[in-house]
Design a protein around this ligand. Structure first.
Ligand SMILES: NC(=O)c1ccc[n+]([C@@H]2O[C@H](COP(=O)([O-])OP(=O)(O)OC[C@H]3O[C@@H](n4cnc5c(N)ncnc54)[C@H](OP(=O)(O)O)[C@@H]3O)[C@@H](O)[C@H]2O)c1
Length: 477
């Protein structure tokens, strides 16, 4: 009998190739296929010795080489190519087979695809994969959606190739249909926020602290040993240490200051707007990238808008410690908001996502991997229905302890004219949450005035309207 593959990967650019190699290195026989056969051939020629690959030139041969139920991983460009590949493979599959989309699809597309393939008796598993090409090869964080039944058959293979923390895989069944891709999207949104906050910390240390990139690299390295310890802090130190070979200048000074984005941050904010969840940290990060990229607007304004010249040493001797506190507190806010978005979507779509399990599978393999995620997991272990991470003991202690420094840093940024939208909006969110009364009462009054939108009273049940244009007496609505 000819050997069959446990899993197949179609789409063998950098991500698909590395995922296929990861499966093979774990002893699984892997069928491999790509639209253009060249990539398939290359993979087998270069890495064939790493395991057992069954290369196929046609979709038919690829499907025929898979054991049943067939597990077909699609790793192609997200969007139309994913639909094209699904349409190519679905007719060749049989009920009970699985199509696993491991690309960066929008969760709404995943919901649509899952519903349509379900009608054809096929499982569609939208799967978030984080960690870039290195993660795909050495162990990513994997966030599969789809049915429980599909996870029973697919889960063990994914868990095999996922990153491990204390022997536990960074892979769990997130929830049905688009839950996996949703959580991956929020992961990326949080990543945007984390990167923005780190960038603001650097900017404050550079402009207000007067430190060189090399000195700031040392600061980040030391922070990496503490509670901020994470992949992003670690690579920040590496980037800041880098010296440009051509000019001898710090690398960070020769790079154009316009951050690009592929879209998952924007998707996160769009979804948060629909869900009504204030993910201000992620939104500020997306907007900060957009502002940086708006070269024409910046050129028109940069020389004209007045502001204070940042004064070196303005932050005083405690600036480093203050910025560490502000960074940690703002990071807590960004994660709290992201987790709140996951919980809101879970309720909206009936996904029953366990937020603690998400923190657990992000502890390694992915870009936001951090020590800190252990505390998030513990917080949800203690209370699965936690309204916000900010009220968990650990995080409450951290933000309470950070408060004074956090306020000093935000004030310093404003006084010195250093943009710190992430720090400032995180603090504003924090103050919004802790307020006993918000000025939203006034907004309700305005809405009732111009649109008779009604309001509720603090002292009586029901809805009310004031006759603003007449006697201004109040009527029940
Ligand atoms: N790169 C990362 O760090 C990263 C991280 C996480 C997730 N992802 C996601 O993983 C997926 C793959 O990423 P990637 O960077 O490896 O590859 P990519 O550049 O996004 O896509 C290239 C692959 O898609 C195939 N393809 C494009 N259009 C196609 C079509 N109409 N029909 C069939 N195949 C088509 C290409 O085949 P040909 O060789 O024939 O052109 C090639 O195999 C994407 O969804 C990406 O967003 C990427």
């Amino acid at each position: 009998m000819t050997e069959k593959a446990q899993i197949g990967v179609t789409g063998l650019a950098v991500m698909g190739r590395n995922l296929a190699r990861n499966f093979a290195r774990h002893g699984h026989t892997v069928a491999v296929h790509n639209r253009s056969y060249g990539r398939t051939k290359e993979l087998v020629e270069e890495f064939g010795h790493e395991g057992t690959f069954l290369p196929a030139e046609s979709a038919e041969d690829f499907v025929a080489s898979l054991e049943r139920p067939r597990r077909v991983v699609i790793m192609v460009k997200a969007g139309k190519p994913t639909d094209a590949v699904i349409e190519e493979f679905a007719p060749l599959l049989e009920p009970g087979d699985m199509i696993i989309d491991a690309g960066n699809a929008h969760f709404a597309d995943t919901r649509r695809r899952e519903a349509s393939l379900k009608e054809r008796g096929l499982h569609f598993v939208g799967t978030g994969v984080s960690g870039g090409e290195e993660g795909a090869l050495h162990g990513p964080s994997i966030m599969p959606g789809g049915s429980k039944e599909s996870y029973e058959s697919l889960g063990p293979l994914l868990e095999d190739i996922a990153a491990k923390v204390d022997g536990e895989p960074c892979c769990v069944h997130v929830g049905p249909d688009g839950a996996g891709h949703f959580v991956k999207m929020v992961h990326n949104g949080i990543e945007y926020a984390d990167m923005q906050l780190i960038a603001e910390a650097y900017d404050l240390l550079r402009q207000a602290g007067g430190h060189s990139p090399a000195e700031i690299a040392d600061v980040f390295s030391s922070w990496n040993e503490g509670r901020l310890g994470s992949y992003l802090i670690e690579i920040t130190a590496e980037v800041l240490k880098q010296v440009d070979a051509g000019t001898g200048k710090p690398f960070v000074d020769i790079v154009v200051d316009q951050a690009e984005q592929k879209g998952t941050g924007r998707w996160t904010v769009q979804s948060a707007l629909d869900l009504g969840v204030p993910v201000s940290g992620i939104a500020e990060a997306v907007f900060a990238r957009a502002l940086s990229g708006g070269a024409d607007v910046r050129r028109a304004a940069a020389g004209k808008l007045p502001g204070p010249a940042a004064q070196t040493g303005a932050g005083g001797a405690d600036l480093r410690a203050d910025v560490e506190q502000a960074l940690f507190a703002s990071k807590i806010v960004a994660y709290a908001q992201g987790f709140q978005q996951i919980q809101a979507a879970s309720a909206e779509y009936g996904w029953e996502i366990d937020p603690g399990a998400m923190a657990k599978i992000w502890r390694d393999g992915c870009i936001i991997r951090a020590k800190f995620l252990d505390y998030i997991k513990q917080a949800y272990d203690k209370d699965a229905n936690l309204q916000t991470l900010l009220v968990d003991d650990y995080f409450l202690d951290a933000v309470s302890g950070a408060q004074e420094a956090w306020r000093r840093v935000v004030a310093l940024a404003a006084q010195q004219g250093i943009p710190a939208p992430g720090f400032a909006s995180a603090l504003a969110y924090y103050d919004g949450l802790r307020a006993q009364r918000l000025p939203a009462a006034l907004i309700q009054g305005q809405r009732d005035f111009f649109g008779a939108h009604t309001y509720q009273r603090i002292d009586k049940d029901g809805s009310f309207h004031t006759m603003w244009g007449a006697e201004r007496n109040e009527v029940g609505a």
